[in-house]
Design a binder for this molecule. Structure first.
Ligand SMILES: Nc1ncnc2c1ncn2[C@@H]1O[C@H](COP(=O)(O)OP(=O)(O)OP(=O)(O)O)[C@@H](O)[C@H]1O
Ligand SMILES: [Mg+2]
Length: 399
């Protein structure tokens, strides 16, 4: 039977080796030990799709639990966040109802929050969140522990609810100094939406962590260590190639690792450069489908034309060239430039230059049926005639 593949190329799936997040984990755990005065006691993790926000939250959650803290975790994607958080808190209170101080039980009852048989799982508790968290946090404070609330997908949340959550955490943590820590996560677009809203000062004051691509040493660990732990060896050439292909992008690291493992004859003995080369080709095709295609689907025609005008280059594109190819004004081109940077598909690469964040995006765009059609509508005088032989790839490891 084939040995079980350790890599986890699925969104939200814990990787076999969580690499490059030690600083974040250390800061947040230090904060829990120090108390609400620590700057990382309330934190926000910002990063692109597939950069590892959900698994970082999960790692923080379980590390906090190991230290005896209680974790309450939700995603903001669907409405009713406050109500869900309140019910989770009420359920925890219910479990320890016998241990609560009489005063706490009395306060809760006075606020209409019955425990035990009086607990109504159907009730709307969204306005009672502060009450419930305060009761639970005061109880846990006596035992030197606390609550860590984690909220994923903040960019998709309801602004009113997130604002209220901020006010609640602020009140319990900052004002009353009770042990209620908070870690939120979302796409960088949060900077322009929620974090730009002057009424959410609490969130603006959270410590920010950039959940970015992994540096090469961390990417090496993420790729080689899971193989080593199963008795296998990756040659240094194989590791280097895997690191280069993945660009340190966590989701692509898992895809490359997964397919290299599948390509190997006996991965528990060795994974060779050939295995990585063949695995990388599959991984790059899949990352196009799984990451680039959903972004593309949501883009207007103008933004797609902009990306095609970039994809004709084999590497970094000059803004001046893109603008010319689009036959557009520099104002028009820079609107799309900004928008595509926000989406996370391209990034500035020095003054007046732009590149795809994932080299695989260029390949994916070139493989589209509409690519030659759009190219024909562009002014490509600065390029050798493409005809429609597609430009040769410099990044495809098979090439
Ligand atoms: N530090 C890491 N080291 C190795 N692999 C990682 C790391 N972080 C995440 N991964 C892997 O990357 C993939 C994406 O992780 P995750 O789902 O947490 O990303 P995300 O930022 O939450 O994405 P989205 O914005 O789509 O929700 C998963 O396959 C996960 O196993
Ligand atoms: Mg996620």
């Amino acid at each position: 039977m084939r040995p079980l593949n350790p890599f986890a190329p699925t969104f939200g799936a814990t990787p076999p080796m969580l690499a490059g997040r030690d600083g974040l984990l250390r800061d947040v755990l230090d904060a829990l030990a120090t108390g609400p005065t620590h700057p990382s006691y309330t934190s926000l993790l910002l990063g692109r799709r597939g950069s590892g926000k959900t698994v970082a939250l999960e790692a923080l959650r379980s590390a906090a639990q190991e230290r005896g803290w209680l974790a309450i975790s939700e995603a903001a994607v669907t409405g009713g966040l406050l109500n869900r958080l309140a019910h989770s808190t009420a359920e925890h209170l219910n479990k320890i109802a016998d241990e609560l101080a009489t005063e706490t039980t009395r306060d809760l009852a006075a606020a209409g929050l019955g425990l035990g048989p009086k607990y109504n799982p159907e009730a709307d508790l969204s306005r009672r969140l502060a009450h419930l968290l305060r009761a639970l946090a005061s109880h846990l404070a006596a035992a030197d522990s606390g609550i860590v609330v984690t909220v994923d997908e903040m960019h998709a949340g309801d602004v009113g609810e997130l604002r209220m959550l901020g006010v609640t955490v602020q009140e319990v943590t900052r004002v009353e100094q009770l042990p209620l820590a908070f870690v939120g996560a979302g796409l960088p677009i949060l900077e322009d939406t929620l974090l730009a809203d002057s009424s959410v000062t609490f969130l603006q004051r959270c410590a920010r962590y950039d959940i970015g691509f992994l540096e090469p040493p961390a990417a090496v660990t993420a790729l080689a260590e899971p193989v080593r732990q199963r008795g296998g060896q990756m040659s240094s050439g194989a590791v280097d190639h895997a690191v280069t292909t993945s660009q340190g992008y966590p989701f692509l690291i898992q895809l490359v690792g997964f397919h290299a493992w599948e390509a190997a004859e006996d991965p528990t003995s060795r994974v060779t450069l050939d295995d990585v080369t063949s695995g990388s080709a599959t991984a790059l095709r899949q990352v196009g489908q799984l990451v680039v295609a959903p972004m593309w689907k949501d883009l207007p025609d103008g933004a797609r034309r902009f990306l095609v005008a970039m994809a004709v280059d084999d590497g970094v594109s000059r803004m001046a060239a893109i603008t010319k190819r689009l036959r557009a004004s520099s104002g028009y081109a820079s609107v799309y430039r900004q928008r595509l940077i926000k989406v996370g598909i391209v990034a500035p690469e020095g003054h007046g230059r732009l590149d795809f964040v994932l080299a695989a995006a260029r390949q994916w765009i070139r493989s589209l049926d509409e690519y030659p059609v759009v190219c024909e509508s562009l002014s490509l005088a600065d390029r050798d005639p493409i005809g429609f032989a597609r430009p040769v790839s410099t990044t495809n490891p098979d090439g």
